[in-house]
Design a protein around this ligand. Sequence first.
Ligand SMILES: NC(=O)c1ccc[n+]([C@@H]2O[C@H](COP(=O)([O-])OP(=O)(O)OC[C@H]3O[C@@H](n4cnc5c(N)ncnc54)[C@H](O)[C@@H]3O)[C@@H](O)[C@H]2O)c1
Length: 334
Amino acid sequence: MKTVEFEQPFHVFSAADVRTALPMDEAVKAMRQAYQELSTGQVNVPMRTHMSLEQHAADVLVMSCYSPRLKQVGLKIITLHEQNSEVGLPYIQAMVMVVDADRGTPLAVMSGAALTALRTGGGAGAATDALARPDAARVALFGAGTQAEAQLEAMCAVRAIRRAVVFDLDHSRACRFAERMEADVRIEVAVAATPAAALAEADIVCTTTTSREPVFDDRDVPPGTHINAIGVYKPNEREIPGATVARARVVVDEQSAAWKEAGELILAQQEGLIGRSHVHAEIGEILAGMKPGRQSEEEITLFKSVGVANQDLSAAHVVLARGTRLGLGSAVSL
Ligand SMILES: NC(=O)c1ccc[n+]([C@@H]2O[C@H](COP(=O)([O-])OP(=O)(O)OC[C@H]3O[C@@H](n4cnc5c(N)ncnc54)[C@H](O)[C@@H]3O)[C@@H](O)[C@H]2O)c1
């Protein structure tokens, strides 16, 4: 029997295409929906696989998802190479693919590095909108890398941010970040000399570091702060002190993934500081109105994200739809 040739074009989107097709406000919107679909059982997201490439000081994660609403399957391969900055390459590189679920036809491939930053920023934006005080206006960023840029853009998309401070162990990287981001988000962005100085000026904190140890002291966290803990995806590492986790209202992206990968929770549990019931909700449950969010002006809210595959598919779906409408990318036949 002759194989039918489908005319379906296959789209390739560069990092620049992804950024044009998915502005931050669209990313926040897509992540709000993605988290709700995740927490109400409307997507199939198998646990991701971790491969450690010890000789290369690297990890490889493979993430897949099926969405009946989108009638699409998403697949991401993401590499994390610890020593890449020494040769001027990004820590994270990735590729995201979209496949038509009806027929199995591959539809698109795109820069997963750009998409990851946007969907992670958008996810923290959706969580911050639900959990931070309405009057939050000052952001402290720990880490001045790729994710931090998208975090600051996302915070500016959901709150009237007036000022940001950034702390990075690499002071010159923090200075370059501040200069670049001042021009980008058009607010004052200063460099903090110490973690305590960064926290003293914060209503919202985003941690996007590669640190394996807490990046600040619990005693320096002011009441009423909202924290987005983004960096850690391994059970034996943490950016947030156990004492902060223990006194915060903790919200996660997905319970089973968090209890497998979020060192902040797993280490605090091992130390007897929290039990499993300490996690108040998945963010999708709060966004869907199933559970309440912040309960008082003074409480500390903590959103722990490890990242889930339906964030990638939801974001990639928007890039494919808007990108083709805007004439971005190139269409090839496979
Ligand atoms: N939750 C998610 O969905 C998600 C998605 C993407 C990346 N991540 C994680 O976010 C983290 C950052 O990724 P990136 O692409 O921005 O990396 P990056 O290498 O571009 O930036 C990380 C920065 O953290 C700084 N840093 C390390 N230790 C620090 C400390 N103790 N205090 C302050 N700064 C410190 C480094 O100097 C570097 O500038 C990684 O751990 C990555 O795995 C999470």
